[in-house]
Design a protein around this ligand. Structure first.
Ligand SMILES: Cc1ncc(COP(=O)(O)O)c(C=O)c1O
Ligand SMILES: [Zn+2]
Length: 389
């Protein structure tokens, strides 16, 4: 067990990890888990990790759950990194890959975060869980809550894809449909969680979902033979995966799993143009986002007008020399269709944005022919059939 403490990403406040932590008690920003990385480096080598089962728990030494505790798992992680050769040649790239997170339990990368967060909540004796969600986080919470034997309360917009609503109900979650976007769902959870004793799993309002999601960063490097890609494109709503992977790359350097001199990837946040607060703040040179008045997009997971960790997300984009791109709904659906017909991956609309964004970045010269580029297909298109009919 190498988890050392939690630490605020903004003011440096820190506290032990012996109780369940939420946000910074000094400034209210999000906190992140910190590990004894030197000791972890002594305890496990990357060669030992390669010999373990291929799921996210193979990186146990740098995950928060104690060594003697069974994680709440459904086999999350261990997703394929698929060469996308036809799409690559259509876009003029020689080393394009899709990390297919749609192959996770409940069909999205949210499984990783919920496995870690629900495991920790259970360890600390939480008796019920709650989450506001634009979609996939709700069904992941429902599944991992069921697995842990804990009741789950989800609040999601009434226009959440039908498959996700059905999935949550079948998995036994208590579903509340809200006339509004994820911010209104978040307000509902804040109002009901504390009085009812539910633990709030909202994005980045507890430190462990991001720990699960960072394993996408470990896996990608491992799958590239312990090297880093040049460019990562990530569909950004709350930004957990983006900041999580950036954290993972820094941890990997300290663990001796990467060449310490190798440059880190350029991280690109991609959003839908009807709800692009991160793109607007990045291009305006701002440290904080301004929520759009009327957030609209067919990509439910990107309908996040006020990401809580905006400062952290924007720092990652700047530090990595990356950027931010906004894509129209028509172009993101066309992107899904192009990836599907070229290379056989039926991506969620959120990830359809990446195809159109990459075409723009190649056209503008920001991404060049022989660079290694990874598109994160964060979820399966099968949950969004209404977007394609
Ligand atoms: C398929 C899909 N992609 C991307 C996102 C955005 O993820 P993040 O909150 O990590 O930015 C979501 C969030 O709901 C999602 O469901
Ligand atoms: Zn703080």
């Amino acid at each position: 067990m190498f988890l050392k403490c939690v630490e605020c990403t903004e003011c440096g406040w820190s506290a032990d990890a012996k109780q369940l932590r939420t946000i910074c008690e000094s400034c209210g920003a999000n906190v992140q888990a910190r590990y004894e990385l030197r000791a972890a480096r002594e305890a496990v080598s990357r060669d030992q990790i390669v010999g373990r089962p291929f799921d996210m728990w193979r990186y146990r030494e740098v995950l928060p759950v104690a060594a003697d505790v069974e994680p709440v798992t459904l086999g999350e992680g261990g997703t394929p990194l698929l060469p996308a050769n036809r799409l690559g040649s259509e876009l003029g790239l020689t080393k394009l890959y899709v990390k297919d997170e749609g192959q996770n339990p409940t069909g999205s990368f949210k499984a990783r975060g919920m496995s870690a967060a629900v495991s920790m909540a259970k360890t600390f004796g939480v008796e019920a869980l709650a989450v506001p969600s634009a979609g996939n986080a709700a069904s992941a919470a429902a599944a991992y809550g069921a697995r842990a034997g804990l009741p789950v309360h989800v609040a999601m917009p009434r226009n959440t894809p039908a498959a996700i609503q059905v999935e949550c109900e079948v998995l036994g979650a208590h579903v509340t449909l809200i006339d509004g976007n994820i911010s209104a769902c978040g307000a509902w959870v804040r109002e009901h969680a504390a009085p009812n004793g539910w633990f709030d799993l909202s994005t980045l309002k507890e430190p462990y979902r991001v720990e699960g999601k960072k394993t996408m960063g470990f896996e990608v490097c491992e799958q590239l033979g312990w090297t880093l890609p040049d460019v990562i494109l990530y569909p950004t709503g709350g930004g957990t995966g983006l900041v999580g992977m950036w954290k993972a790359f820094h941890e990997m350097r300290e663990l001796g799993w990467l060449d310490p001199e190798a440059p880190l990837p350029r991280m690109y946040a991609v959003q839908a143009d009807g709800c692009a607060p991160v793109v607007e703040a990045f291009h305006g040179g701002l440290e904080r986002i301004t929520p759009p008045a009327n957030p609209q997009t067919i990509a439910a997971g990107l309908r996040v007008p006020a990401p809580f960790a905006d400062r952290w997300i924007l720092r990652v984009l700047h530090e990595s020399n990356g950027g931010a791109v906004a894509i129209s709904d028509n172009a993101l659906i066309a992107g899904c269709r192009q990836l599907a017909t070229a290379d056989g991956v039926f991506a969620a609309p959120e990830a359809g944005t990446l195809v159109a964004a990459l075409a723009e970045l190649v056209d503008g010269g920001s991404v060049t022919r022989d660079e290694t580029v990874i598109l994160f297909n964060t979820g399966s298109g099968l949950k969004y059939l209404e977007c394609f009919q």
